[in-house]
Design a protein around this ligand. Structure first.
Ligand SMILES: [Zn+2]
Length: 94
């Protein structure tokens, strides 16, 4: 059983300054981390794989079924699922 932790979104210093010399803050999205094999790692993508045991986690930190089971319910291939990573970045809310 894995542990999940979230840190809330917050404004952080962007390292830039505006025309008045004031530092510009930028919004940093909340992030989800999962503890697997004794190490915390960041779930920043659609699928996130533990580098030690190969377990896959989704963006919410929920462990996914092993890849051999992927697609049985949804009809998607593993390639479809992995390619979502790049599609997600340009997702425009459609
Ligand atoms: Zn692991």
């Amino acid at each position: 059983m894995s542990e999940i932790r979230r840190s809330g979104g917050e404004y952080v210093d962007s390292g830039l300054t505006d025309a008045d010399g004031k530092s510009i803050q930028k919004w940093q999205r909340s992030k989800v981390e999962v503890k697997c094999c004794g190490e915390w790692f960041h779930c920043g993508g659609f699928t996130n794989t533990c580098e030690y045991c190969g377990a896959d986690y989704n963006m919410s930190g929920q462990q996914l079924a092993s890849r051999s089971q992927w697609g049985e319910d949804t009809g998607e291939s593993v390639d479809d699922i992995l390619s979502v990573d790049t599609d997600y970045a340009s997702y425009d809310g459609e």
